[in-house]
Design a protein around this ligand. Structure first.
Ligand code: HQG
Length: 180
């Protein structure tokens, strides 16, 4: 992806996951923004792009971060929201035996005490592969991979969800299900 489109993608993540109000944009409770509104609100803040650029970013996003509605008029972030007013109904699924969570080594002593918490987001984010977990972890410092006994958790009544882009979500993970 070009540098310009990567910058727009980061801007879209910021407004669609965390702060739509920063540009005067409204999301509905399922997290959808009207694409034409988004373009207008962004323009007022100096981010100038057309719908075709948004569609190109959605298609080329490595993690499929954004979803376009079936009518083609709306866009939302597939996961990662911090806003409590957005309540996406994620698909509940049976997880694989093991899932991975990438974190930073500096967080491990707190994680040992409290388990994994969603922190500023709505859910703890998990992946099916270690490479993704390392990439996620290194955003916060020296990466560390945690192995989550997901199926074991599920069998004990914890719920697991999957976003449209395949990312696994759960509300919190007690330390007993975590292997360092
Ligand atoms: C850590 C990216 C101390 C947690 C990725 C993480 C992901 C604790 C950090 C998505 C803790 C929160 C989410 C505890 C958890 N004490 N630290 N008890 N419990 N933590 O950014 O998982 O590329 O909110 O380990 O792909 O890093 O942006 O979550 O290190 O799917 O599309 O607190 O964001 O997607 O950090 O990342 P974040 P995350 P994008």
């Amino acid at each position: 992806m070009s540098k310009k489109n990567t910058d727009i993608s980061k801007f879209l993540s910021y407004v669609l996951r965390h702060h739509p109000e920063a540009i005067g944009l409204s999301l509905d409770q399922n997290g959808w923004a009207v694409i034409t509104d988004l373009i207008l609100c962004a323009k007022k803040e100096g981010y100038i792009f057309e719908k075709s650029i948004i569609l190109a970013i959605v298609t080329s996003s490595d993690k499929k971060r954004f979803t376009i509605s079936t009518d083609g008029l709306h866009i939302r972030a597939a996961q990662g929201h911090s806003m409590q007013q957005v309540k996406i109904t994620y698909k509940e699924n049976i997880p694989p035996d093991i899932l991975y969570h990438g974190t930073a080594a500096r967080f491990i002593s707190e994680i040992r005490k409290k388990g994994l918490l969603p922190m500023s987001r709505q859910y703890v984010h998990l992946s099916t592969n270690e490479v993704t977990a390392i990439q996620v972890g290194q955003r916060h410092g020296k990466p560390m991979i945690l192995i989550i006994k997901a199926l074991n958790m599920y069998e004990q009544g914890f719920k697991f969800f999957q976003a449209e882009n395949g990312v696994w979500l759960t509300e919190a993970i007690p330390y007993q299900f975590i292997q360092e």
